[in-house]
Design a protein around this ligand. Structure first.
Ligand SMILES: N[C@@H](CCC(=O)N[C@@H](CS)C(=O)NCC(=O)O)C(=O)O
Length: 194
């Protein structure tokens, strides 16, 4: 199996953590999605990372890949009704990543092209998600589970791309919960390059 990734991609990071935590035999192939690389486009016509190749099969996007990789070993994703909660938490983490990515893209355009309404909407969504997580921290599990995998990667992405939000100052319970992830080997080994 081959996983096409970018080392700065938080969506890729989720899959890379599962690979390490479960000791899966998956080779990682680095790419730069904004360069038109035929390798990536052949696997995922949307041109996004991560993308997984398993024999004849191509899989994307990251929640699908995470579920696929998770099922190769004792699954983190529970069966029955509890699965919906975990998938929803995973979607919350992914949604935060989407929002941070979007408002960051707005900020790196030439200033005369900034769309402040859109950037602010995404930033507000991120803040609301952080506030919500602070209220449910006690319900979140220990490292690792299917939902908190995405939430941890989202928090890591806020630190990487929007450190000026200083979310730890406002969400002390969540910050404490996150410390357990920051100590893990799989977390350190998947950190975006400086
Ligand atoms: N929903 C997708 C999002 C993937 C995504 O947007 N990846 C970014 C890198 S962080 C990318 O490849 N962007 C290239 C592009 O949008 O053209 C997933 O969860 O896999």
């Amino acid at each position: 199996m081959k996983l096409i990734i970018s080392p700065t991609s938080p969506y890729s990071r989720k899959c890379r953590i599962i690979i390490r935590e479960k000791g899966l035999d998956v080779a990682e192939v680095e790419t730069v999605p904004f360069d038109d690389e035929s390798l990536l486009h052949d696997v995922n016509p949307l041109g996004k990372v991560p993308a997984l190749i398993d024999g004849e099969n191509a899989l994307y996007d990251s929640p699908v890949i995470c579920e696929y990789l998770d099922a190769l070993d004792e699954p983190w994703l529970p069966k029955g009704k509890a699965a919906w909660r975990q998938k929803t938490l995973h979607a919350l983490g992914d949604g935060m990543i989407d929002a941070v990515l979007t408002f960051r893209m707005e900020r790196i355009r030439p200033q005369e092209q900034w769309w402040d309404f859109w950037a602010m909407r995404q930033e507000n969504a991120t803040v609301r998600a952080l506030q919500h997580l602070e209220t449910i921290t006690d319900e979140l599990g220990e490292p690792w589970e299917f939902g908190n995998l995405a939430i941890a990667c989202a928090l890591g992405y806020v630190d990487f791309r929007a450190a000026d939000m200083q979310w730890r100052d406002h969400m002390p319970k969540l910050a404490k919960w996150f410390e357990a992830f920051e100590k893990l080997d799989s977390w350190a080994k998947t950190a975006p390059p400086e």
